[in-house]
Design a protein around this ligand. Structure first.
Ligand SMILES: CC(=O)N[C@H]1[C@@H](OP(=O)(O)O)O[C@H](CO)[C@@H](O)[C@@H]1O
Ligand SMILES: [Mg+2]
Length: 550
């Protein structure tokens, strides 16, 4: 058995010392914090990625350097497993342990323990593909990551500056190359070609829709969308805005999917551009989230979020499955979280099976894998559609009995190619939405009227210790602090169609309160009453109690 290359590890690790006063945690979004503090984390993730690859017999692991929709000075890093999905949960713990070893010696000791416990054969090859978004802190952090690769002897491929979904695509494409399940050519061009050719086949013979305005959040999505636009040609005209990827401070600033979803507003930069009735969409900083919106005749803003995308797409896929004569054989299901608008859940549950899971993409992804075709979206616009291997096989081999069945089947096969099944992908999802809108001859207005969102409010509550909040039932009910859930239940009963839940955030040091009810005023009232309860119960400082809490 080969040994750890101690000399190289020591020498390079000493160049990337861990800041003494900081604790790092590999959470829902990998490691994510102020970019300027992440040098040691990056180095160690480089080493870890190498070990993960060795553990998996030299399969290629992905590393993405991004902090997505967070402010520009933040950065982050996450690992991608060989099939393009998120890192296996047990390794999240290893990542956290390695990142927090206080010294080089402690780091090397933690590595030895990991190698022993996880039975990693160090003589195996290590392969990694990595990329970064457009953040200014990216190049230096990537250099630290590369030192990590060097220290453990990784054969590393630099995918340069690209989106998170492209990196996930590359991982899967590389690992399936030359097999019968080949995912696509392992390059950004291969990705563009795969998506755009599937899109063109799907919309062939249909009337081209009016141009679509795309808010690129001044991030890496701007570059990818510009390339995709060339591939799409006349099949879909994209008008790109917020493409200032090199302007300091511009990233995610008053634009992008998270801004639109959280503030429920049009990005100010689009106010004079968007005409009533025209469709627009926003990507987030690494282009894995998508939110649509439009202005009505009175200039009022309407948002079409992840729930609306799920409703549109799931209903369309069900129709195609039935149309292909496979309604009895293929079960389409939807996965949501508690943040899904109650009206969307009702709309969907009347039509197909719906599962609710805990927040975080990995939970949604795994639950969606249990359906033959699983549609999953978070309300914030992150989501995709998964076709099980058996379903894909069935679609490729099924013999249709009529020309209509054959057409529907062809559309389904093209959808399996249009959709990035590794992870939520703003550009792939955008093309998917556009396909459905073309087929249905829907504008944003008709799409929006599938169901009417219940007014809702999301509130952050800062408490001394958010870890006292424990939940059950896919985070919809509190089991701790004791008695609090009963008080929330009593409050909720007083509101028509009232619903509220409380959970600790996995990415920020806050407790989140969500509430919905039939009117804006009622939703706000319920949210701020629950927020008040939470604040008081958690021992929040009475002198700093936010004025809006009731
Ligand atoms: C209410 C909300 O939007 N929560 C987000 C947020 O998680 P929290 O655990 O709520 O902080 O970040 C996650 C990672 O990006 C995302 O998956 C999730 O949807
Ligand atoms: Mg993102």
């Amino acid at each position: 058995m080969a040994e750890l290359p101690l000399e190289a590890l020591r020498k390079l690790s000493d160049l990337h010392p861990k800041p003494a006063n900081l604790h790092f945690q590999y959470g829902t979004a990998g490691f994510r914090t102020l970019g300027s503090t992440m040098d040691s984390v990056m180095f160690r993730v480089g080493v870890l990625a190498g070990l993960r690859s060795k553990k998996l017999d030299g399969k290629t692991i992905g590393v993405m350097v991004t902090a997505s929709h967070n402010p520009e000075p933040d950065n982050g890093v996450k690992l991608v497993d060989p099939r393009g999905e998120m890192l296996e949960a047990s390794w999240e713990v290893h990542a956290t342990t390695l990142a927090n070893a206080p010294t080089t010696e402690a780091f090397i000791e933690a590595l030895s323990t990991l190698v022993k416990n996880a039975k990693i054969d160090l003589s195996k090859p290590a392969r990694v593909v990595y990329a970064r978004d457009t953040r200014p802190s990216g190049p230096a952090l990537v250099a630290a990551l590369e030192d990590g690769f060097k220290a453990i002897g990784v054969s590393a491929r630099n995918a340069e500056v690209t989106t998170t979904p492209v990196l996930h695509y590359l991982v899967k494409a590389i690992n399936t190359k030359g097999t019968k399940d080949e995912y696509g050519e392992d390059s950004e061009e291969g990705y563009m070609e795969k998506l755009s050719s599937a899109f063109k086949k799907l919309v062939a013979g249909k009337v081209s829709p009016p141009p679509l305005i795309v808010d690129c959040a001044n991030g890496v999505g701007a570059r990818a969308a510009a390339k995709l636009s060339d591939y799409l040609g006349d099949s879909l005209k994209l008008i790109l805005h917020n493409t200032a990827t090199t302007t300091p401070g511009a990233l995610n600033n008053a634009c992008g999917a998270d801004f639109v979803k959280t503030s429920q507003k049009i990005p100010p930069s689009l106010v004079s551009i968007l005409k009533p009735g025209q469709r627009a969409c926003s990507l987030d900083g690494d282009a894995d989230r998508l939110i649509y919106f439009y202005l009505d005749d009175r200039g009022l803003f309407h948002m079409l979020d992840g729930d609306k995308i799920a409703a549109l797409v799931a209903a369309f896929i069900v129709e195609l499955v039935k149309g292909a004569g496979l309604g009895e054989e293929i079960q389409v299901g939807v996965v949501q979280t508690a943040y899904a608008n109650g009206a969307s859940t009702k709309y969907l549950a009347d039509r197909l099976p719906v599962t609710c899971v805990s927040t975080g993409v990995k939970h949604l992804h795994h639950a969606a894998e249990r359906y033959d075709i699983g549609v999953y979206f978070e309300a914030n616009g992150h989501g995709t559609v998964l076709f099980s291997p058996e379903t894909t096989e069935k679609l490729n081999t099924h013999q249709p009995s009529t020309p209509a069945q054959s057409t529907a089947l062809g559309h389904l096969v093209n959808l399996t190619r249009l959709i990035n099944q590794t992870v939520g992908d703003a550009l792939s999802d955008m093309l998917l939405v556009e396909v459905v809108l073309v087929y249905k001859s829907y504008s944003g207005i008709e799409w929006d009227s599938l169901y009417h969102d219940l007014p809702n409010r999301l509130v952050k509550v800062v408490v001394p210790d958010r870890n006292i909040f424990k939940t059950e039932d896919a985070e919809r009910r509190l089991i701790s602090p004791p008695g609090l859930q009963q008080k929330i239940d009593e409050l909720v009963r007083r509101y028509e169609f009232g619903r509220a839940f409380v959970r600790p955030s996995g990415t920020e040091d806050v407790v989140r309160v969500y509430a919905e009810a039939t009117s804006r005023a009622q939703a706000d009232d319920l949210a701020y009453r629950v927020a008040g309860l939470v604040y008081d119960e958690a021992g929040g400082d009475t002198s700093r109690r936010p004025a809006e809490f009731l």
